[in-house]
Structures are given as structure tokens and as C-alpha cells.
Design a protein around this ligand. Sequence first.
Ligand code: F6P
Length: 533
Amino acid sequence: MADKWQALKEHQARVTDRALISLFDQKDRAQAFTVALGAMRLDYSKTNIDPAAKALLLDLAEVSGVAAKRAAMFGGEKINDTEGRAVLHTALRAGIDSKVIVEGVDVMPELRKTKARMAIFAREVRTGKFTGQGGKITDVINIGIGGSDLGPAMATLALAPYHDGPRVHYVSNVDGAHVADVVKGLNPETTLVIVASKTFTTIETMTNAETARKWMAASVANPAAQFAAVSTAADKTAAFGIDPARVFGFEDWVGGRYSMWGPIGLALTLAVGPEAFEDFLAGGREMDDHFLTASFDQNMPVLLALVGIWHNQICGYTTRAVLPYDQRLSRLPAYLQQLEMESNGKSVAMDGSALPTHSGPVVWGEPGTNGQHAFYQLIHQGTRVVPCEFLVAKQGHEADLAHQHLLLVSNCLAQSEALMRGRSLAEATAIMAQKGLTGAELDRQARHRVFPGNRPSTTLVYPKLTPFVLGQIIALYEHRVFVEGVILGLNSYDQWGVELGKELALALQPILEGASAEAKDGSTQALVEYLRG
Ligand code: F6P
């Protein structure tokens, strides 16, 4: 294995100074470095990956055992072996006739039952058969955090054109400002609260759920009647007082950040309806089929992962910008931060040894064109290279604003072109000379206007941001994380790195209330002194 990494590094060293644009001397470069799934295209031709690098990367994927691990995941094996769990979010979107066996039992009948109950409940709420104590439900508050918030919140925003149900709001932060701002202006008599928590122990969620219950109790006789829950912990939802008829369960083999395809998608289902939610699942399913069957050199998640490995572990670029030219995907970067960084931000390999390479990159981003007026300066002229991932739809939903969509698309394409081409000193000098500058001032001013170029990007294009396409996009990223994780040799499905902070926060509560801070470091002691004063 080490020799494969070495071969890639040596190849990268040989080609590092080459102009990306020169790769297009090969006439079919764009076609050869674009992968399709139906009407969706992933163009990775504006990277420094050439046929030799691609072959080496594909080889790395082969020898890393991606195919075997993929079969193990879909087959229900306990690939999350630090928690002793299978990884089966794909079962949540599996086809009607599928069988998925976990420890000898087909889990699909139970999943289908829960899905049917979810659809019935969603229809009842949406039609007004299920009412609040003041009539038809007008608003839904989903209380959850991390995977119990980011996915459905991102998708609810993404699918705004499909909303025809109650208004859906999301509360996640333990900062009381969040719940206070959301409930302000809502009518408790016509609000449904969903407490979404895989474990039903997460302090933020349980605290916000208590606050919401008090808010509702101040106005309605039976607050519990307007609460639903989504969790793996039926005993805890019962202890909280939620009627089992409105509890939608799932199994521990669905990871929190992979859970939006099942009951955690309840708030989204209420917003867009069970049919649109079904289309979302179908999009994910299509990506699953593609991931399972396409050869690696035509496999979108595999290739996207290999681009990631090339940029992060081989080229040493430490961050990755996700830049959707799609305003409704404005929460996608935040969603991907959890998906990618909680999954692959680890320094220990499966066997407990230190990871021989760096872990996954820092993922960040904002929608275009907004980002262009904020941080693109650094992306174009900063000293560090930031690989960029553009996403853009062929068509917007606003037919009467097609001219704005054209502007959006032209900006998206312009940015990837500018990043690749750059502007040389000679070009900048010619431009400034035309403006009348001469001599040393011409040279000085021209230098500020140089764009180094050679900055890599990928572009994902899709017909329109429909529920189906959103499903494809999310499943694409999930499988990309899986492939990167297998190649890096780590477990993408645990998250021990979030535990220490939680433990220390618990210990700090009594200290903030007055207990001795003696055992704490000097900085923490001083901050405690200020904050509890
Ligand atoms: O603290 C991290 C985490 O465990 C995430 O992995 C998870 O998505 C989130 O907290 C919320 O967990 P739960 O759904 O159990 O409330």
C-alpha cells in the first residue's frame, strides 16, 4: 500500500508546476474527466489529475479494498467496529422489494412499517385530520442537533419550492436565543413539536424540548398531545411523556449524520409531503445503484473521493471549499461539515495504529455568488491553494427570472475558469499600460493584479434542484465520505472526538454555579471568574 501512496506523491511532484490549462491540449480532456449519472455530470477536468494520476488513484482504491468494504456495508456487516454496529442508512432508501439482513433478520419489513406510519402521520397533519388544540397545525418545530438537525434543515431549505405543508422551523443550539427567537410569533395551539434525537440524551435537545414544553404548557391544556418524537430510544421518549403513536423509531445502525432518509426526515416530510420525500429517497437509491454497479473509472462517488484524496493527502491542500451556485443549498456546506469532518476527521486507523496520512480536510463554503464578494479574494490570490467544488443547476425554479439564473451560471463558470487560467504578469502589465501607467508604477500596480491560476476545482451540474436530484447529491457525498474513509483506513462511522468536550462541559456547570475552579487551568479559571461574576 505504501508504494501506491509513494507512486502518487512522486507523480504529483513531477507534474506540480504544469499549467492546468495545458491539460486541455488533449482534445477530449473534458469528456474523459467528466462522469455522468443520468442527467447529472461531475466535471473534474479542471484538476491536475492526468491519465497517469487517475490510473494510480484507481489502483489505490482497488488495493484499499473499497469494493469489499462496500459489499460489507450494503450487506449489513458491522463495519463500524469501534461501536459494534452495521452501517445501513442505505436500507432507509432501499427499494420496495429489497431485503437487508442484519444478524440473520431482514430489517426491511420493520423499516417499511415505520415509513408507512410516518407517511400517514404526515398526511394527517397536512390535511388537518390531526389537529393542535387550536385547530389545524400551522407550524412545526424540529428540536434536534447535529445529524438530527443539519440534514433535514438543509433539505427543507433546498426544497422550498415543494413546500405545501405547515411551516417548518429548526431549533438546535442550547443557546436559549435560538428557541426563543423561533417560538416568538408562533401560536402554541397550532404548533407541533418534534423532538428528534437518536439517543434522546443529547443535552441541547433535551433542554430545548423542556423549554418548548413549558412554552406550550403556558397556553394549551395538554402539551404532550402536540409533541412527537424521532429516536432509537423508545423507553426515553415514553419517559418524556410522548405517546408511542407519535414516536418514530430507528435502529442504531443508522448513524446520526446519515439519518435524514428515515424518521429524522419527518419534519421535511411534513413540509413537502410523503410523495416528494419518496422522490428524495429514489434519488438516493439511484446513486446507491450507481455506486454499487459502475466500474470505478465511471463511478461518481469513487471519482469524487479520489479527487479529494489527490488534493488533500497527495497535494497537501488542507481545506476544501463547497460553493453551491444555488441559494437553496446554502446549508449544504454546514451539512457537509458534519458529514465529512465528523466521519473522516480522525487520526487513528481501524486497528488503533496512527494514521499514516493526514485525515480528511477542513470543509467550508457559502453559496455563490455571495462568496465572490467575501472570501474569493483569498481563493484567487491567497498564498494557499483551496480546491473548490462548484454545484449548479441547469435550470432554476423561477421561470420568470431566467435572466438571473443565466447570470448565476455565468458567474459559476467564470470562477472555475478564472481559478484555472489566472492572469499572468504580462497580461496584467498590458492591461495597466493601456490605462496609461508606465515605468516602476506600471510594474508595481500590475503585480497586484496577477492571478496565479492553476487552482483546481470540480463542477457538479444537474438539471434542477428537485427532491430526486437532492437525494442523488446527498447520497453522492455520503459515498464519497465512505470511499475516502476506506482509503484512509479509518472508521468513518464513529465520533469519539466529540465526547471529551461534552464531559468537560458537564463538569463545568457546577463550577459556573459557584463550585471551586481550583482544578482548572489558569485560563479556564480566569474565564470562569469573569463569566460567573
Ligand atoms: O455530538 C455529536 C452527535 O452525537 C452527532 O453525531 C449526532 O448527530 C448529534 O450528536 C445528535 O445526536 P442525537 O441525535 O443522539 O441527539
